[in-house]
Write a protein that binds this ligand. Structure first.
Ligand code: KIV
Length: 271
């Protein structure tokens, strides 16, 4: 593991390196300077300014109301505290409805917000957008599987890739996305077996959330692991304040469990 004390900062090459060495990548969300500082100092390799801020910070029921201005604001205040981690920012709902709009908003997240990579919830129809961003050397994380921005279209939050048809479609989608120039893949709420098969066909690092242990890294929502999110904790998450007295210790335990394969277990995964 590259530790914060070694004063190296995480880059895309660090993430590729970790993948090739078989060391798991630990990722968390953050939305403000204070928490970002704690997450960064603990040695988390990726900080995501997720549009989950729409729910955990803004109090909305879904991520749909989040605007690009919200993302720029939160990315900027997180970036001010990040010295070690690689900083990814989410492109919110309708901020990438065509390639030109996507390019303009990705530019804003990077130039005004300070993001090092943008994440977009992608499917086949986003291929041309990924290609366009990649041509401008914008690092891209494509988020597939359960796509919370599409909750109203998908009819709820459901585990993806359960049937063999769904699994094949997801794997084909991932291959196309990789070929289009994405640098990272994020898999949300996908059957562990499908995630494993998909991972065997893809060379870019894959970060999972509710996608089992056979991917290259894990991400969780910070407020979930600190037990301060409203409502029930998702099955794939874990409250690391249980047994820890400080936020720092809870974050460190999460990183440690990702690195030593103690998290996620079958209890946090889907069949
Ligand atoms: O918005 C977010 O925080 C995310 C993670 C849950 C992966 O997309």
């Amino acid at each position: 593991m590259y530790t914060n004390n070694e004063l190296k900062t995480v880059t895309l090459n660090t993430l590729r390196d970790l993948k090739s060495k078989g060391e798991k990548i630990a990722c968390l969300t953050a939305y403000d300077a204070t928490f970002a500082n704690l997450v960064d100092k603990a040695g988390t390799e990726i900080i995501l300014v997720g549009d989950s801020l729409g729910m955990v910070v803004q109090g909305h029921k879904t991520t749909v109301p989040v605007k690009i201005e919200d993302m720029i604001y939160h990315t900027k205040i997180v970036a001010s505290s990040v010295n070690y981690s690689f900083l990814i920012s989410d492109m919110p709902f309708m901020s990438f409805y065509n390639a030109n709009v996507a390019l303009d908003n990705a530019k804003r997240l990077m130039q005004d917000g300070g993001a090092q990579m943008v994440k977009l919830e992608g499917n086949r129809s986003q291929i041309n957008i990924i290609k366009k961003l990649a041509l401008s050397d914008i690092p891209i994380c494509a988020h597939i599987g359960l796509r919370p921005q599409s909750v109203n279209k998908m009819g709820g939050y459901k585990v993806q890739g359960k049937s063999s048809n769904e699994a094949n479609a997801l794997i084909q989608e991932a291959k196309k996305i990789e070929d289009s120039g994405a640098d990272l893949l994020l898999l949300e709420c996908v059957s562990s077996q499908t995630a494993k098969e998909l991972a065997s066909e893809i060379s870019i690092p894959i970060i999972g959330i509710g996608a089992g242990s056979e991917v290259d890294g894990q991400i969780l929502v910070l407020y979930d692991i600190l037990g301060i999110s409203q409502g029930q904790l998702p099955k794939f998450s874990k409250n690391y304040m249980d047994g820890n007295n400080t936020i720092e210790d809870a974050i460190k335990q999460y990183i440690q469990e990702v690195k030593t394969l103690k998290y996620p277990t079958d209890k946090h995964s889907f069949k």
